[in-house]
Design a protein around this ligand. Sequence first.
Ligand SMILES: Nc1[nH]c(=O)nc2c1ncn2[C@H]1C[C@H](O)[C@@H](COP(=O)(O)OP(=O)(O)OP(=O)(O)O)O1
Length: 195
Amino acid sequence: MEGVQPVNGSGPACPLRVKLLTLMFVCDRDHEQVLLGMKKRGFGKGKWNGFGGKVEPGESVAQAAVRELQEESGALVEMADVQTAGLLDFTFDESNEIMRVFVFRADNYTGEIAETDEMRPQWWSLSECPFDNMWPDDRYWFPYMWGRRPFVGSFHFKADEKTIVTHTIEATTVEHIDTRAREEADRKRAATANS
Ligand SMILES: Nc1[nH]c(=O)nc2c1ncn2[C@H]1C[C@H](O)[C@@H](COP(=O)(O)OP(=O)(O)OP(=O)(O)O)O1
């Protein structure tokens, strides 16, 4: 089990299970382009998104973001080039899970970008980002991510995974997000050690 906790002291009576996830955006700032991948399987199949997945016990959230990016796209980002972008909580009607997603950005990478079993990568001009075919929350926080303004937000969806019922989004600091990332990784390590 990854960790169980109430959300912000309010919300459902039943504690929610936290799924710790990453999302990484490789940005070409000179050409105002961002690398997205078409998700070919699993959660979010058929949507364009950044690259990411589950944090493994014992790795930092940023290490997980780098690993997932490489596994899904072939792009390798040095830890020094990983920039903290945001923190998002996603919940759904009829679900007792929080998807807690740490968002990162990188302006440099090495390696060959290539299609994998999970993702078909493609560069997109910022002005042509395919928001109609992305998660509906992305429109809200993409400007923060691209604008290097650290953000924290939460989105509650209907069970259809399309309709946003409520949301919050606000500016925060990199330090706040990085502290949360360390706490979440520690919690995950402890929960795994105790299971
Ligand atoms: N509402 C949302 N908006 C968004 O932009 N990204 C989201 C999102 N909800 C989830 N994600 C991202 C986070 C993460 O990068 C990805 C889901 O993780 P995974 O690809 O690991 O899921 P899977 O269930 O396919 O897991 P694996 O079997 O480990 O690949 O989707």
